[in-house]
Design a protein around this ligand. Sequence first.
Ligand code: SAM
Length: 330
Amino acid sequence: MQDISFGLEPTCIPLIGKPTPFTYITDSVFSDSTSISSQDKGVDSGTWSETSADSGDNDSDPDDDEVITCSCVPDENSKSLCTVNDGDQCDCVSGYGNFYTTPTYDDTRQDWIEQRLEVDALPERLPLIECSVHCPCAEGCSDRLTQTGVRVSVTVQISTSGIGYGLFYTPTSNVKLSKGSFISLYAGEYLTTPEARIRWSDQATNQKQGEGNYILTLKISSSNEIWHIDPRNKGNIGRFLNHSCEPNCIIQIVRWGVTSLFRAAIFTKRYIKKGEELTFDYANASGSPLSAEDLRRTSGNERLEVREKRTRCLCGTQTCRGWMPFDETL
Ligand SMILES: C[S@@+](CC[C@H](N)C(=O)[O-])C[C@H]1O[C@@H](n2cnc3c(N)ncnc32)[C@H](O)[C@@H]1O
């Protein structure tokens, strides 16, 4: 079975079917193909097509932007290398705090228990800050959870809701996926707002309405910045998560390395059973949703325009808002 990541992720990610070809990347790139992780580590990429596999590095020259670092002393004997239990001691997490569980060893299983994000403890809209290769702590530092690639058992296959492909939790045993488990980054091309507008209108004119809405818009409240990530042509498994009005995953902004860079990471927000499709609420990151009631009440050209850009939501949940969320600034 085809591994959609070409072996670029630590776990094989089976693909069942033939989605539109795209280039698999493990971390985001700028639209001129410069890797945002070139300062942190080389980005990996592989172009998926129905017949071929291709992979290679895509490094660029590091720039001299400021970086987030700590002054923790590496302790090779401990898995909790960066004193993550005590955020005060690690400069990377001292600002906003540490929300990852401490790595613990399970004597019965003779293995480490997977780290999790303390989803309920997270302050709203604050980014997670992680250590990186710029820090003196060792590579195995437990404050680098979203830099470790895809480690959960997932499969890309056709979604049961008739909305194309989706990402499913498919372990070999019946073990549930814990709340707060890291799934993957939402990797893609970083676009400026004018670039995102052009892509959006291109998608709207060349495709069936609403199809191919892959652009995720991150609104950074602390700096009023807006970041658009488009995984449609270059992306990772994050591009296969469909929208649900009652999602089982969340998108969380994460920063590490160069201070000016923002990434998006996907975590589970509850326990996930074998075979469940993973979804998140596109509105959480990409603007406020208009409810069906809002749309009925609106009138005039502007609202009509908004209505034309929107797509019926087919998530099928009890609290479905009727329409897919859409960033009205695009
Ligand atoms: C990020 S992609 C998700 C993966 C996509 N299903 C695929 O096959 O590649 C987003 C697109 O999937 C479809 N989609 C996702 N969630 C949906 C939903 N709840 N209702 C209707 N369409 C949805 C829309 O076409 C949307 O533009």
